[in-house]
Design a protein around this ligand. Structure first.
Ligand code: C5P
Ligand code: MG
Length: 158
C-alpha cells in the first residue's frame, strides 16, 4: 500500500535574519522572515507528512501566535510531526523517499545539496539517497522569497 504527501512553504527574505534550509544555516545577506527559524524546507516537509494522513497542517499544531513557536528550531516541528504520526498511524508504514524543490534566486545552493540531503535524511532516520533536493531560481520573478515544495512517498510493508 502507498500514500503520498505534499507540502509547500514560502518566506519573505530580509537582512539580519538567518537563512536555514533543511536544518543547514546558509551564508546569506538575507534570511527568512518568520516566527520560527523560517526553515521552508522543513516546514514543507512537515506539511507533506501531515497531509499524507489528512491530519491538517503545521499551523494547526504550532499556531504562529503561540509564544512556544517563537524562534523554534524547525527540526523540533518535524520531530513532533513524526511522533504524532507514530501515535496515529496503524503500524507498518515507512517513508520510501522524499523529493524536494527549493526556489531561491540567491545564493546558489548546489554546493550544499549533499549536506542538506544528509541533514534531512538524518532527521527522518532514512538512508543516504532517500532524500533528493533540487534547486531552482525564480528567474527573477520572486527575488525576495524563498520557497519549498516537498513530496513524500510512504509505503506499508506489514
Ligand atoms: O532556475 P534555473 O533553472 O536557472 O537554475 C539553474 C540551476 O542553478 C539549477 O538547476 C540548480 O542546479 C542551480 N541553482 C542553485 N541554487 C539556487 C538556484 C539554482 O544551485 N538557489
Ligand atoms: Mg514556514
Amino acid at each position: 500500500m502507498l500514500r503520498i504527501g505534499y507540502g509547500e512553504d514560502a518566506h519573505a527574505l530580509t537582512a539580519g535574519r538567518p537563512l536555514v534550509i533543511g536544518g543547514v544555516e546558509i551564508e546569506s545577506e538575507r534570511g527568512s522572515v518568520a516566527v520560527s527559524d523560517g526553515d521552508v524546507l522543513l516546514h514543507a516537509l512537515a506539511d507533506a507528512l501531515l497531509s499524507a494522513w489528512a491530519l491538517g497542517d503545521i499551523g494547526k499544531l504550532f499556531p504562529p501566535d503561540d509564544p512556544g513557536s517563537r524562534q523554534l528550531d524547525s527540526s523540533v516541528i518535524v520531530r513532533r510531526v513524526l511522533e504524532l504520526l507514530a501515535r496515529r498511524q496503524e503500524g507498518g508504514w515507512h517513508i520510501a523517499n522524499v523529493a524536494a524543490v527549493v526556489t531561491l534566486d540567491s545564493p546558489k545552493l548546489g554546493s550544499l545539496r549533499e549536506r542538506i540531503q544528509r541533514e534531512v535524511s538524518g532527521l527522518l532516520s532514512l538512508p543516504d539517497g532517500a532524500v533528493g533536493v533540487t534547486f531552482k531560481t525564480s528567474e527573477g520573478l520572486a527575488p525576495d522569497h524563498v520557497q519549498a515544495r516537498v513530496t513524500v512517498l510512504l509505503q506499508r510493508t506489514a
